[in-house]
Ligand binder design. Structure first.
Ligand code: FAD
Ligand code: PHB
Length: 403
């Protein structure tokens, strides 16, 4: 390419997932320079199928900051979900229970595409196939990201490094041994997810509890369905030919009133492990960690992307204050502010997971407790309101120092 690469910036961002791209976007709006380094190609990150449910707060932020135009046109707003078990559906109405707030169905890769386009259109630095190899000097004033780009090792010197490089990233490792503590839970099952070229058989998402295991009917557009089945933790895709996937979906999603699941060609499939992880604190020296780089939630609550966006919203507020006026107060509170939401979300995601999945070692006592929980959520307005409030997203933290 031959162009001059930036070797010094205010904020070096590792990773162009939702966390890194939203952070870069928020900082740019406040006149703060950042360079985003992404190990994968643009094509890869724009095609990677992952989340699909955006909380109201995530949607509002994208719209308010000028990257929500396509989201407003193509996103599908939902005001409820269905819990399905014993052949019956039970609607949780968000409009009644969550002050009119809802969720928007819009694929994560669409959010990523919109943010990449906005960044590149503005001529801002975003390097693809630029793999961070390590972050150094985080205890000093000029942390440095070592990275490989176009076959050469390079350095990016920064005032601050934002580690937004996901669960498999390298930035977390820059913290000295013993500085961070990890809390985790592995689940004895995984999710097999498919995209199918068929109109969704439902208007709202269906979370189904069944003795064969959990399943979920979601969607991406009026012509694309997104479906998941619980599978064993060690399962490989070869064990799940198309017929088996559809068979399980029909069985687990069956409803007594003759509701039908439509099948269509499967165009994408992956198996995702289910785990819960929190790393504390979310910061060390001049390194700030955000999104999947510091916490993972099981997908049952649809929270991972939303939590990543909530983190960087807080981080951007703190960085703006610090760069503008040298006021460190918000930055010092970064980890504590985020962890409050992170643990609330861990709790919600673990609760949804426990209520809806079939645990291989569950005895009859545990199965009956699970039934009691489902029954309670479907019959009690208070329990349903608690689910609704958390599903649409808890209130966001204050990010301005003036208040
Ligand atoms: P990532 O999206 O993982 O981005 C990190 C980026 O860093 C990647 O692009 C990666 O390539 C890059 N990177 C890694 N290492 C390096 C390196 N060394 N150098 C440079 N770049 C690097 N969440 C929801 O909110 N709602 C949902 O409905 C939902 N459903 C999901 C369904 C599935 C099947 C899965 C797998 C996840 C789902 N999630 C959901 C979770 C959500 O996708 C993640 O939480 C989200 O991607 C986190 O964003 P992030 O930016 O922190 O990390
Ligand atoms: C999705 O549409 O991919 C999706 C929806 C809800 C979840 C998880 C994933 O809980």
């Amino acid at each position: 390419m031959g162009e001059e690469l930036v070797s010094r910036t205010q904020v070096g961002i590792v990773g162009a997932g939702p966390a890194g791209l939203v952070l870069g976007h928020l900082l740019h709006r406040e006149g703060i320079d950042a360079v985003v380094l992404e190990s994968r190609s643009r094509d890869y990150v724009e095609r990677r199928v992952r989340a699909g449910v955006l909380e109201q707060g995530t949607v509002d932020l994208l719209i308010e900051t000028g990257v929500g135009e396509r989201l407003q046109r193509e996103g599908i707003v939902h005001h409820g979900i269905e819990l399905r078990f014993d052949g019956r559906g039970h609607r949780i109405p968000f409009d009644e229970l969550a002050d009119g707030r809802g969720i928007t169905i819009y694929g994560q890769q669409e959010v990523v595409k919109d943010l990449i386009a906005a960044r590149l259109d503005a001529g801002l630095p975003l390097l693809f196939e630029a793999e961070a190899l390590g972050v150094e000097g985080i205890d000093g004033d000029e942390p440095t990201i070592r990275y490989r780009y176009e076959g050469r090792e390079r350095e990016l010197r920064c005032d601050v490094v934002a580690g937004c490089d996901g669960y498999h990233g390298v930035s977390r490792e820059a913290a000295p041994a013993g500085a961070l503590t990890q809390y985790e839970r592995e689940y004895p099952f995984a999710w097999l997810g498919i995209l199918a070229e068929v109109a969704p058989s439902t208007e709202e998402l269906i979370y189904a509890y069944h003795e064969n295991g959990f399943s979920l009917h979601s969607l991406r557009s009026p012509s694309i369905s997104r479906l998941y089945v619980q599978c064993d933790a060690g399962d490989e895709l070869e064990q799940w030919p198309d017929e088996r996937i559809w068979q399980e979906l029909h069985t687990r999603l069956a409803r007594d009133d003759g509701w039908e699941l439509e099948e269509g060609p499967i165009v994408e499939r992956t198996i995702a492990p289910m785990r819960s992880i929190v790393t504390e604190p979310m910061q060390h020296g001049r390194l700030y960690l955000a999104g999947d780089a510091v916490h993972i939630v099981p997908a049952t609550g649809a929270k991972g992307l939303n939590l990543a966006v909530a983190d960087v919203r807080v981080l951007a507020g703190g960085l703006v204050d610090w760069f503008r006026s040298g006021n460190e107060r918000l930055l010092e509170l970064y980890s504590a502010t985020c962890l409050r939401r992170v643990w609330q979300t861990q709790n919600f995601s673990a609760w949804m997971t426990a209520m809806l999945h079939r645990y291989p070692d569950a005895d009859d006592y545990q199965l009956r407790l699970q039934r009691a929980q489902l029954d309670y959520v479907c019959r009690s307005r208070a329990a349903a309101a608690s689910l609704a409030e958390q599903y649409v997203g808890l209130e966001l933290a204050q990010t301005k120092s003036s208040v």
